[in-house]
Design a protein around this ligand. Structure first.
Ligand SMILES: Cc1ncc(C[n+]2csc(CCOP(=O)(O)OP(=O)(O)O)c2C)c(N)n1
Ligand SMILES: [Mg+2]
Length: 597
């Protein structure tokens, strides 16, 4: 049998180094599924079947986040393609290189209101705006794949190829004919070395040298610049705050790392931004400007590989387009070590107090378990090389504040889209990319009920492929859409609306056992530590179900007067859980006072 377009398309992706495609079948892509089935030389990508196309897109995004390589997902025409969208937006907003390949109805039927016919070019026009193309001709496939892969990598963006189902079965044309109107492309992309001009580096150095109180904010763009960020912070006597996607840039046990920033952030990060006179931002598009210095307070230098992301959060004095590590290395010889270390010492003192406060907050009693205890007990036990994913929800607060990442670990979440649902699929992608490393997903019960429960089936299906069986899905069973419940209280001044917020219970741990995984359920504080030991020593993936108290507030690091007022009015308006909340919030606030401020 001669090579089909489907065969050729997969082989071309393999040429690009793609060895795994996450997806879900349908008659729009049967010609591609057939090609996976014919994979005889072992070089074609492996097909990983998820429970839902959105999960395939999350996994492709996570593959890109954890490896820096292309992530690829595949779905059928119409409904399958539509299902991909949210996961693709997650990748787009967090600037990850992801290629989506979707089917379409047969060419002859297009424009005929045919079954499952959706205008996919228009549908993907926003999410894959850098490159979305429909294939009409076998001779196009080579350059469509080459361009979709190269543009996704070069622009750190989502691209999409739409392949009508009849075209997939047509004979491949690996080399387009040599004639007018054909395109002759080749594979391969390597990232350039991007360093700002010398004059701009000099200007940046002048500002950084002049500052007396330098604050650094680092994001995911600095993930591969750990040593450079640490060296610069040391020279400048700076503290370093980390945007959520950049949590792994510096280990949390460094004394000058103030931790996360923003609503999910820490008080040392907040204070550092309040009092700094110079801001150095590296590889971050952290969106909340109210957590940065007030305009005019600080002089600013920003480094980003993408010129579009410069100067949009704070009016910077110098905007440098460059690779984080290369640019910081180029800055280094221009900087003078700050001999007055008092600013740095002040920050270190606050960081030390903050971690003590975190420990106290985690050990405060709650009904039945304080969620912070679950994270604090895990943090102490994190195995080397752990890869952590957090879902959106209250778990993102505790992940941001209570988890101490050490060097060599990775951690991520849906940073910019902040969508529910990526926790479990991200962890699955971590296991495929690094089968010998432990992966831990930190997920709310709402996100589990949305999709996580179903992806446990995917874990049960594929776990035999992973040499290290440690994959733990930790579920905060609080029977509440807790993050939003608190937002309703603190931001809107509304009481909890039980109709939208209460969740039904579900036996997460028992369900895991039904699937042949291990289930552990804890509902009292003294069980938590030993349960983590058991989970981390298990011979199979674990669902760690923690019954936690929804009335422990995921408080912002500083509560504004407006928010405090709103909270009070929510409680007066008759929040069903008012008594318990007042007790918990009071304990947390008292804790802050005793840290000496
Ligand atoms: C797809 C999607 N739908 C809704 C939201 C709004 N949202 C953010 S967090 C959250 C609650 C999450 O609840 P759960 O997973 O139970 O975690 P908890 O906060 O209770 O720990 C909701 C509804 C969202 N971010 N994404
Ligand atoms: Mg919940």
């Amino acid at each position: 049998m001669s090579q089909t377009v489907g065969d050729y398309l997969l082989d071309r992706l393999a040429t690009w180094g793609v060895n795994r495609i996450y997806g879900y079948p349908g008659d729009g892509i049967n010609g591609l599924m057939g090609a996976f089935g014919r994979s005889s030389n072992g070089k074609r990508p492996e097909f990983i079947q998820t429970r839902h196309e959105e999960m395939a897109a999350f996994m492709a995004c996570a593959h890109a986040k954890f490896t820096g390589e292309l992530g690829v997902c595949m779905a059928t025409s119409g409904p399958g393609a539509i299902h991909l969208l949210n996961g693709l937006y997650d990748a787009k907003l967090d600037h990850q290189p992801v290629v989506a390949i979707v089917g379409q109805q047969a060419r002859a039927g297009l424009g005929g209101n045919y079954q499952q016919e959706v205008d996919l070019v228009s549908l993907f026009k926003d999410v894959a705006h850098e490159y979305v193309q429909m294939a009409y001709e076998p001779a196009q496939i080579r350059h469509l794949v080459d361009r979709a892969c190269r543009i996704a990598l070069a622009e750190r963006s989502v691209t999409a190829i739409i392949v009508p189902n009849d075209l997939q079965d047509a004979d491949a044309v690996p080399t387009p004919p040599r004639k007018h109107g054909t395109v002759h492309s080749g594979p391969g992309y390597t990232a350039p070395r991007v360093v700002p001009a010398e004059t701009e580096l000099d200007r940046a150095a002048e500002i950084l040298n002049a500052g007396e109180r330098v604050a650094m904010l680092v994001g995911q763009g600095a993930l591969r610049a750990t040593d450079e960020v640490a060296a610069i912070a040391e020279t400048l006597g700076a503290g370093v705050a980390k945007a959520l996607l950049g949590k792994a840039v510096l280990p949390d046990d460094l004394p000058y790392v103030t931790g996360s920033i923003g609503l999910l952030g820490t008080k040392p990060s907040w204070d550092m931004m309040q009092y700094c006179d110079t801001l150095l931002m590296v590889g971050s598009s952290f969106p909340y400007s109210e957590f940065l210095p007030e305009e005019g307070q600080a002089r600013g230098v920003q480094i980003d590989i993408d010129g579009r992301m410069l100067g949009i959060r704070y009016p910077m004095d110098v905007n440098l387009v460059g690779d984080s590590a290369e640019t910081l290395r180029a800055l280094m010889p221009r900087l003078a070590r700050k001999e007055d270390r008092s600013w740095r010492e002040k920050i270190e003192g606050e960081v030390h107090e903050w971690w003590e406060l975190m420990e106290r907050r985690a050990s405060e009693p709650a009904d039945p378990i304080n969620p912070q205890l679950v994270f604090a007990e895990l943090s102490k036990r994190l195995p080397d090389g752990a890869i952590i994913s957090s879902d959106s929800g209250s778990s993102a607060n505790w992940y941001a504040r209570d988890i101490k990442l050490r060097r060599g670990m990775m951690g991520t979440l849906s940073g910019t889209l902040a969508t529910m649902g990526p926790g479990v699929p991200y962890a699955i992608a971590a296991k495929f990319a690094y089968p010998d490393r432990p992966a831990i997903a930190l997920v709310g019960d709402g996100a589990m009920q949305m999709n996580g429960i179903n992806e446990l089936i995917t874990i049960a299906k594929y776990r035999g492929q992973w040499s290290d069986q440690r994959l733990i899905v930790m579920v905060l069973n609080n029977r509440d859409l807790n993050q939003v419940t608190w937002e309703q209280r603190a931001m809107e001044g509304n009481p909890k609306f039980e109709g939208s917020q209460d969740l039904p219970d579900f036996p997460y741990a028992s369900y895991a056992e039904l699937l042949g995984l291990k289930g552990i359920r804890v509902d009292s504080p003294e069980q938590v530590g030993p349960a983590w030991d058991e989970a981390l020593a298990a011979d199979r993936p674990v669902v760690f179900e923690a019954v936690t108290d929804p009335e422990v507030p995921p408080l912002p690091p500083h509560i504004t007067i407006e928010q405090a007022k709103a909270l009070t009015s929510a409680l007066i308006a008759g929040d069903p859980n008012a008594g318990q909340i007042i007790r918990q919030s009071f304990r947390q606030k008292v804790g802050e006072f005793f840290t000496g401020r």
